[in-house]
Design a binder for this molecule. Sequence first.
Ligand SMILES: Nc1ncnc2c1ncn2[C@@H]1O[C@H](COP(=O)(O)OP(=O)(O)OP(=O)(O)O)[C@@H](O)[C@H]1O
Ligand SMILES: [Mg+2]
Length: 368
Amino acid sequence: MKINTLSLSDFRNYHEESVEFGSGVNIICGDNAQGKTNILEAVHMFSMGKSNRTPRDSELIRHGCSGAEIFMEYTAFDRDCGLKIRLDRGKRKSILYNEIPLKKISELLGKFNAVYFGPELLGLVRNGPGGRRRNLDMVISQLRPNYFSAVSELRKIVDSKNALLKMQSPNKTMLEIMNKKLTDISSEIIVYRCEFAKRLMAEAREIQYDISGGREELSYRYMSSVGRISMEEIPTKQEIREMFMARLSKNEKRELEYHETLISPHREDVCFDINGKDARAFASQGQQKTVVLVEKLAEARLIKNETGETPLLLLDDIMSELDRKRQAFVLGNISGMQIIITCTDIDDMTEAITDDSNIVHIDNGSIV
Ligand SMILES: Nc1ncnc2c1ncn2[C@@H]1O[C@H](COP(=O)(O)OP(=O)(O)OP(=O)(O)O)[C@@H](O)[C@H]1O
Ligand SMILES: [Mg+2]
């Protein structure tokens, strides 16, 4: 997968700007607050249909403007393609693939794959489960649009169930219907998550082994609302259904007491272990950073294995966060991939720069 050009109109701090990319390493360089991350955000939007920084599309429109547009020309599966996202205040966003409007975000997924790694992800191991869930959801969604639809459906069901649980005396039949829906969708989501976490783990384990000189064994643990699920022997969807129903009935009273859905994939977690110990509690800061780096490289490999195309790698100001050894490791693991790296100081990037690197300087929303 190769991005050729990106055009921005009234997106964030850009008025009208166009960026050309080379097929290898692209370095976006500029002082703070000039618009480097905004470029990565725009590119990443084509993989998920929404920003990785904000759920509010209106924030993406340049202050004082009524709408924004981003357009990307890229090559995927040996074909030249175009993707456009149009945002207008107060209107639904429109997404066009080769000029044809797409009806749903799920139709966009898989058309363009990217893996993003920025400083806000460095806390992925130690922060709350929400970030880890979102991260896993994002990878699976790019590979299985049906999964994305299932997660959207889950959100609606949980919202309705919560609304019901907030009532004085919730209608029993309604609650039963809701729980049936929740069981169906949850068993589907949990199986997807476990299977993909397992595949990611297989890639990550190898990478972690290399980066630690064979000293560290990385494993993933899926903490489901139905209990811990073994990665070695993932239960079938039917088995998870049964476990889920049992947990639901056991927690029925508690859910009524708390007025909230407690048993659901939206409260689950995927954790990391190093040499069998919880990385959240026991790994050093450096080890935790490494695990995230390994996870991102594993995601790129998994996408490559699944689709046959290497995803675009977006590294936001991350090299300065990594020591020389880890920097060298990243650079040794991304050959053949197109990457866009942002930095404030080009001198930090000497090891990443090759003869055919493309360097773009940004100043206050303009390419200079
Ligand atoms: N909707 C918007 N309209 C106009 N300007 C915006 C909008 N959203 C963000 N900005 C501006 O964009 C700039 C930040 O861009 P960005 O996050 O890409 O910076 P950066 O170059 O990555 O900086 P840093 O090196 O600090 O990470 C800020 O000055 C911010 O005020
Ligand atoms: Mg930035």
